[in-house]
Design a protein around this ligand. Sequence first.
Ligand code: 5RP
Length: 232
Amino acid sequence: MSENLKADAGRAALEWVHDGMKLGIGTGSTAEAFIDALAPKVAGGLQIVGVPTSERTRAHCEKLGVPLTTLEETPHLDLTIDGADEIDPALNLIKGGGGALLREKVVAAASDAMVVIADDSKLVEALGAFPLPIEVNAFGLAATRIAIEEVAMQHQLSGDLELRKGEGSEPYLTDGGHLIIDASFSRILEPEALSVNLNSIPGVVEHGLFTGLATRAIVAGQGGVKVIESSK
Ligand code: 5RP
């Protein structure tokens, strides 16, 4: 069922894709639904070029013939289209469930606009029920974990900080070779301040709070697709 809704959101996003655009292309099952909808348009003559936000997305685009570039060649993008794990009413996001948060944030920040695509299960009143992915350097992991706990306490947050597992018992490694700590904070009431404070920890590479980046959300539900515009 939610696969159909993801496909609806992915198809609806095509309305914002125009000839000649340089696109950031997100990661995850909803982003792949968008790529699935985009590929036939490209085959039919739509001229776009995309920067993939993960090796997984690169492989999916290459398989379907979506032309790709890099941020080195094309450092400024018109639009990024990506999924999310949670979306709050101000279009703050939690991302990184698929582990691609660092490249996703770099690509979104290099774009004039970011359109989030999702099924309506991703809409929340406050972020945090979905554990916040925090990408960390392996060096000094124990010290970084303590620093994260201290920042969390400043925001009256607590909860498990779980090192994400990959295949077997090995830690999950991001495309950049880093680790991910999933922080079960439950309810994040100050996402912008928490974002700044987490990024001030030296061992934190990036985290999955996306504040002030999404300009529009395309959300598919049983009643159809609705578009939520950023008020900023
Ligand atoms: C990957 C992400 C994804 O956008 C997020 O996890 C949503 O994935 P899906 O569309 O499969 O529900 O942030 O890092």
